[in-house]
Design a protein around this ligand. Structure first.
Ligand SMILES: *[C@@H]1O[C@H](CO)[C@@H](O)[C@H](O)[C@H]1NC(C)=O
Ligand SMILES: *[C@@H]1O[C@H](CO)[C@@H](O)[C@H](O)[C@H]1NC(C)=O
Length: 415
């Protein structure tokens, strides 16, 4: 069993490495002539440029902001500022193993951050501790195990409030609109249920592929891990105690040659994503695959994945399970307490899709029942729409973003 699980996890990575030497570099060179406005060299550039440089490349302003959390992690935020001083403020929070890049990879007119900026918003993009951009701490080194002792609970409990307070202070706004994707919604539920006073700082929340309950999840990675979550030691042995899937060599290779249209290896790229979240959509723009994989996975702690595995197993939306005795010491109970969704008071809009393996319709409906202020629940009107489509789909604008903007516009004048 251990070996099988390990296999599932490493399969795509190993395949990548083995095939690298067999790839003919000329594959992508030949595509250079056939380009129109988005050229082959754009693909290679965009796969490797960081969020800041990407945004600047496409003619938008970008700022980098450094935020310190209460427990001394150092986070990097990216902002596309608005020319108007009274622009409504929006915070975008990315999903598991991802980063702020997720909102801009698809280029202007397609990436949600650009669409919001074009619509007059002051756009802020968060980065959770441990990812490519937020890889620092005042005293702990990312090479130490102590640095990685967090799950998405800490991202919700420490990172989010630090980012929200920073934005409100910097802009002078009293509240902001929030958009989360996947884990970017999970951390929101954590914050609003553990520190309810933060409800007052949010105008409205848009949840793309909401993740709270995951009992009906179909993700191969999470499912493979779930059986071992009772024994943390075993699972740490399988996955390592620290970082999981950091941005590095694989992304570099993927961004350079393995995933471009003409490469015979492109199928491996789609399968890497498949392992993480399921993948069988016509909404994937394969031209952009090298760019997506140049930036994703962007690193996370092993505990984030384990915590999701625990939720899958328990069917509850609960705190991290440290094991009986540690739970008793930390929480005062043998089982980890459930998050109090009933504390959520800010208007919440949930957007889900039928073919989403991580945020399944059944789990979303269960979540909606638990949130007193879940005002809108919207199904994406396309049966094959999947998890990553929420940020990367060819037709995301017509299928989701237009509605999102309409809902948000109704709150635009609120202070
Ligand atoms: C895929 O993305 C490229 C670059 O943004 C774009 O030029 C092309 O039209 C997209 N393809 C589809 C089918 O949308
Ligand atoms: C996606 O957009 C293309 C062109 O922009 C259009 O032809 C196609 O019908 C759209 N598909 C869906 C499912 O909306």
């Amino acid at each position: 069993m251990f070996r099988f699980s390990k296999l599932v996890y490493y399969l795509a990575l190993v395949l990548f490495l083995q095939i690298v030497h067999a790839v003919d570099y000329k594959f992508y060179r030949s595509s250079e002539e056939s380009s129109n406005e988005y050229t082959a060299s754009d693909i290679l550039d965009d796969a490797r440029l960081d969020t800041f440089s990407l945004i600047r490349k496409y003619g938008y302003q970008c700022e980098i902001h450094r935020v310190y959390t209460e427990d001394k992690y150092i986070l990097e935020m990216h902002r596309i500022p608005s020319k108007s001083p009274l622009a409504p403020v929006v915070l975008l929070q990315h999903g598991l193993l991802s980063s702020s890049a997720e909102w801009v990879l698809m280029t202007p007119g397609r990436g949600l951050a650009y669409i919001l900026a074009d619509a007059g918003y002051d756009v802020w993009m968060g980065n959770a501790r441990g990812n490519t951009y937020s890889h620092r701490h005042v005293t702990l080194k990312p090479s130490s195990t102590a640095y990685w002792k967090f799950s998405w609970h800490e991202i919700g409990y420490y990172d989010l409030p630090a980012m929200i307070d920073y934005i409100l202070k910097d802009t002078g706004a009293s509240r902001l609109q929030y958009i989360g994707f996947s884990q970017g919604t999970t951390v929101f539920w954590v914050l609003m249920s553990t520190r309810p006073e933060y409800n007052d700082k949010i105008v409205a929340m848009q949840a793309l592929a909401p993740v709270g309950y995951v009992g009906n999840i179909k993700s191969p990675l999470i499912k493979a891990i779930a059986p071992f979550t009772n024994s943390l030691e075993v699972i740490f042995k399988i996955l390592g105690t620290n970082e999981i899937l950091p941005n590095g060599k694989i992304n570099e290779l993927a961004g350079q040659k393995l995933c471009v249209e003409e490469a015979i290896t492109q199928v491996l790229c789609t399968n890497l994503l498949f392992l993480i979240c399921g993948f069988n959509s016509e909404q994937l723009n394969t031209t952009m695959l090298p760019v997506v994989l140049g930036h994703t996975p962007a690193g996370a702690s092993t505990r984030q994945v384990i915590h999701f595995g625990q939720l899958y197993k328990s069917g509850k939306f609960a705190n991290f399970d440290h094991g009986w005795f540690a739970n008793k010491r930390i929480y005062g109970t043998y089982k980890p307490p459930e998050y109090k969704l009933q504390n959520i008071r800010t208007p919440v809009f949930l957007h889900y899709a039928d073919n989403d393996w991580l945020s399944t319709p059944r789990d979303v409906k269960k979540l909606a029942k638990g949130i007193p202020t879940a005002i809108g629940i919207y199904r994406v009107p396309l049966a094959k729409f999947n998890h990553l489509d929420f940020v990367f789909a060819i037709n995301a604008t017509e299928l989701i973003y237009n509605r999102l903007l309409n809902i948000m516009a109704q709150f635009k004048d609120e202070p």
